[in-house]
Design a protein around this ligand. Structure first.
Ligand SMILES: NC(=O)c1ccc[n+]([C@@H]2O[C@H](COP(=O)([O-])OP(=O)(O)OC[C@H]3O[C@@H](n4cnc5c(N)ncnc54)[C@H](O)[C@@H]3O)[C@@H](O)[C@H]2O)c1
Length: 322
């Protein structure tokens, strides 16, 4: 099958590309700043099979032409302006995260693409403290209450996608990822992905450096990048979903317990964990819709995922020294 992936050399995109290439599919990546080095690191010599086009999703004529030439069976839309960058420049945020999304949906329709899978975010739901009386998991179809521009843009894009499904007949599904981690997270920091505490928690101990973890009592839903890619691939293989978007979750723990897990893997890890929590997010999302709609359930537990991530960081560092 032929796949067209926007943001395909980003964190989730590169792991997804890896999965698709390993399964023998053709992949064209459309990314504003393709990181071929990361792709090569992750996929090895098979990276040469991937066509990378440097393009902006807000440039509709070029996007359309590139998608037409690629003639994909599936479009995976992952390109976005993430958290901090979204807050810095609201016009650009609206342009990339909303108009860019519309451009993908229009282009997919124009190119007769059979199915579109795109990245929303659990940020559409906003903070837990505003959900008076909520106990346990937040349902998949809970009302959106975003408290950041990024979450508001993802929420609007979910509404767009519903319109394209109902009014234009596009087969489409959004994936609301919780916090995705994995080797390569450090490369995303400059793009404002806001995962610095993840590299402090995982990459620093792996490389013998000290790490500082804020808000040790905060509960995080950790999704390993290989599970995120699994969800994308499964979503591409499904069709005609009922839900507009499904929560893609992993395993929940406090940052303090996450640090203890890292210490069990790296006994001499120097991790300083601060007290306190964040009010910003909910951290407990219903996962049954993802299971029902696309057959996804997280496989990488926290201990297993962290261990693998640490091994990858060390292996790549050793390679770059040679
Ligand atoms: N990583 C997470 O924890 C997480 C959580 C929830 C949702 N998401 C969503 O998943 C998707 C992928 O996230 P990621 O973690 O891989 O981020 P990432 O920053 O690693 O990847 C995004 C990619 O999009 C590209 N891009 C940005 N603007 C573009 C534009 N205008 N045109 C073309 N390409 C552009 C970037 O160059 C980058 O390669 C995003 O839509 C994000 O909002 C991620």
């Amino acid at each position: 099958m032929r796949y067209f992936i926007t943001g395909g050399t980003g964190l989730i995109g590169a792991y997804t590309t890896w999965r698709l290439i390993a399964a023998g599919h053709e992949v064209v990546i459309y990314d504003i700043s393709p990181d071929r080095v990361f792709l090569q690191e992750l996929i090895g010599e098979d990276a040469a099979k991937v066509r990378c086009v440097a393009g902006d999703i807000t440039d509709l004529p070029f996007l359309l032409r590139t998608m037409q030439e690629a003639a994909p069976d599936r479009v995976i839309h992952l390109a976005a302006l993430l958290g901090a960058k979204s807050e810095e420049n609201l016009y650009r945020s609206l342009e990339v995260n909303c108009t860019g999304c519309l451009n993908i949906f229009e282009a997919a329709l124009a190119c007769n693409v059979a199915r579109v899978v795109w990245a929303s975010s659990v940020a559409v739901f906003g903070p837990r403290h505003r959900r008076v009386g909520l106990e346990g998991a937040l349902p998949n179809d809970a009302l959106h209450d975003p408290n950041i521009i990024y979450g508001a843009c993802k929420s609007l894009s979910e509404r767009f996608s519903l319109h394209y499904r109902r009014n234009r007949g596009l087969d489409i599904l959004g994936l609301r990822f919780a916090l995705v981690y994995g080797y390569g997270k450090d490369r995303t920091l400059a793009r404002g992905t806001g995962g610095d505490f993840l590299t402090q928690l995982i990459d620093n101990p792996a490389l013998g450096k000290a790490g500082r973890i804020p808000a040790g009592d905060a509960v995080i839903d950790f999704v390993y990048a290989e599970d995120a890619a699994e969800a994308v691939v499964r979503a591409c293989e499904a069709s005609d979903n009922r839900a507009v978007a499904v929560n893609v979750t992993g395993f929940r723990t406090t940052l303090r317990d996450a640090a203890a897990t890292v210490r069990a893997i790296v006994p001499d890890a120097q991790l300083e964990v601060e007290d306190g929590s964040w009010k910003g997010t909910i951290h407990h999302y219903d996962a049954t819709s993802a299971e029902r709609e696309i057959g996804y359930a997280a496989r990488w537990g926290i201990e297993e995922g962290f261990r693998h991530n640490i091994e990858e960081v060390r292996a790549r560092a050793a390679q770059s020294v040679r």
